[in-house]
Design a protein around this ligand. Structure first.
Ligand SMILES: CC(C)(COP(=O)(O)OP(=O)(O)OC[C@H]1O[C@@H](n2cnc3c(N)ncnc32)[C@H](O)[C@@H]1OP(=O)(O)O)[C@@H](O)C(=O)NCCC(=O)NCCS
Length: 190
């Protein structure tokens, strides 16, 4: 069993292979054979909605991001922020959620853009496996393909928050803050 697990880990790859347009992806299990874990961004469907809504960050992280349910409520409430969202799936299983303001007309401080990483969460049971990193890289790739030259996001500047995560990805502060005092950071897309 230990050997099998080690073999499975060795097969784990961190980047989605074989790009498909975002609209065609689904979170799916490929049962019955040992397959590599692939991180994909899939639509939220009737088949995975409950599992996606059940995703949770650690209690101490709730001050940095809301729940998936509140993100979907925000998306419905602010359609002018042009929300684009996906379930983050690893090996076909929902493990996180991401939402982007997609090519939006910036109206600071309320709406930042044109390309703004609005929500990102990886369920606490799945953190620390490179999934968050993969998601941001995939989002950066997607928006760059749409003509974006930079991806913006913001974070709560408190201990235990995601500042180091974004720094690790190459985001740098723009020097601005959003309406809630969050630090706005930019990833230049070459
Ligand atoms: C922040 C978050 C998305 C990171 O996802 P993750 O899958 O756990 O992160 P990864 O495993 O991809 O980590 C990638 C790298 O960032 C580092 N990292 C991750 N979280 C970090 C943090 N909070 N502070 C500093 N570094 C961090 C990791 O050590 C890793 O570095 P390495 O590749 O050099 O080892 C996830 O922890 C999360 O959902 N947190 C709660 C919600 C949140 O803060 N969301 C962001 C809102 S703006």
């Amino acid at each position: 069993m230990a050997l099998l697990l080690a073999f499975g880990r060795a097969l784990q790859i961190r980047y989605a292979r074989g790009y498909q347009p975002p609209g065609r992806r689904r979170c799916r299990y490929r049962a019955g054979r040992l397959t590599a874990v692939v991180v994909t961004l899939g639509e939220i469907t009737d088949g995975n909605r409950e599992a996606v809504l059940a995703l949770r960050v650690a209690p101490g992280q709730e001050r940095f991001v809301g729940s998936v349910r509140s993100a979907l409520a925000d998306a419905a409430e602010y359609p002018h922020a042009k929300p684009w969202y996906r379930a983050v799936c690893a090996g076909g299983q929902p493990v996180g959620f991401v939402m982007v303001s997609w090519n939006v007309e910036p109206q600071p401080p309320e709406i930042i853009g044109p390309w703004f990483l609005w929500k990102l969460l990886i369920d606490e049971r799945h953190q620390g496996r490179g999934y968050g990193l993969d998601v941001v890289r995939q989002v950066a790739e997607l928006v760059r393909a749409e003509g974006a030259t930079e991806l913006l996001t913001s974070y709560v500047p408190q201990d235990g928050g995601p500042a180091g995560f974004y720094q690790r990805l190459g985001f740098v502060p723009t020097g601005e803050f959003d309406g809630n005092g969050e630090v706005i950071v930019r990833l230049v897309l070459p």
